[in-house]
Write a protein that binds this ligand. Sequence first.
Ligand code: NIG
Ligand code: FE
Length: 422
Amino acid sequence: MNAFLNPSAWPSAHGVWYHLHLAADTCGPAAVPDAAIVVEQGRIAWVGVHADLPVSYRHLPQHDGQGAWVTPGLVDCHTHLVYGGQRASEFAMRLAGASYEEVARAGGGIVSSVKATRALSEDELFDATVPRLQALLAEGVCAIEIKSGYGLSLEHERKQLRVARRLGEVFGVTVCTTFLGAHALPPEYAGRSDDYIRLVCEEMLPVLAAEGLVDAVDVFCESIGFTLAQTEQVFQAAQALGLPVKLHAEQLSDMGGSALAARYGALSCDHIEHLSAEGITAMRQAGTVAVLLPGAYYTLRDTHMPPIADLRAAGVPMAVSTDHNPGTSPTLSLLLMLNMACTLFRLTVPEALAGVTHHAAQALGLQATHGRIAVGYPANFVLWNVGDVAELAYWLGQRPACSVVRQGRLAVDGMGLHRSGA
Ligand code: NIG
Ligand code: FE
């Protein structure tokens, strides 16, 4: 049986993990050499310098972390993980010179993934997604956002969201579902985008929300997506249901989506290559996270950088995510995104690490439970077999071995800790 699917094989959710180096900014501003973490009932009960460990914890099972560097469990805060098929043929079209917009207007793009997703049963869709989730989990992801948006009808959006929920249950990982019914116009609504938005707002969203399938609501606000006015209609429908919003904003052009999203208290604005100064101000005032998606920037060979220096100066929290999707970001490595965020966007390593931990958690409204190693938080942390935590961003296509503790249990053991008796 796959180890992920067999929680009974995991060591207990109680114990002391010692012989660890805590990375800076995970439980305090400075790194903590020779640290220990105490887990009780799946939560962090104590964290600090090993020598200060209270005697009352000495009776718990002791796990030797073998000098590993430790970060909080990673959070991938923007993915389109559940879909059918792949789009390698578009890759060839783009190499031959076609732009993302041209591919989309030629009937490719998102709509071609919609056809492939609609063709699969719920079980087939689940099976297609499992290896993708496993790849992310093997690299330390403990919480993940999964969007719908390749169904574009009540039945098929429901199918995607149900698969996302089931993945969370089967793999024991936190899954936040985001309804992205307004991702593209389905072919049967060609030329009738206002009618489709009405369907999204009046039927799809209320029904799926009532079924408990929606944690947040997103829109693709773009010239090849939906207008600002249509985006606002969807936001109003979300607000009426008490659901938080986020936005695919200013990816290809400045539509003013970020300022609108900020007015609705958005959790995040994502992509934001063309974000304006007004957008930055609005996001800062609303506490909206800027989600940077270097995989899409790279794949589309974009050259228009998000305004990193201005976001930094304004103090807008920056997250980093895979944006995993079959069209513009077919990556399954959040560590590769760390590298690209540093190399392409000039983030510092600490900024990039915050971007896949506590800032990513904030982009999902999970800041009280994820993205930090602190007392009371679920015990989600990653032990990395590296000599310097900067190696997480430094290697290019090389994954340092890691062992992942999720809710206090050793869920992935790439370092072989279990075999060595930890
Ligand atoms: O985040 N921009 C829109 N949505 C996705 C792309 C989806 C696709 O091409 O299938 C994105 O990049
Ligand atoms: Fe996306």
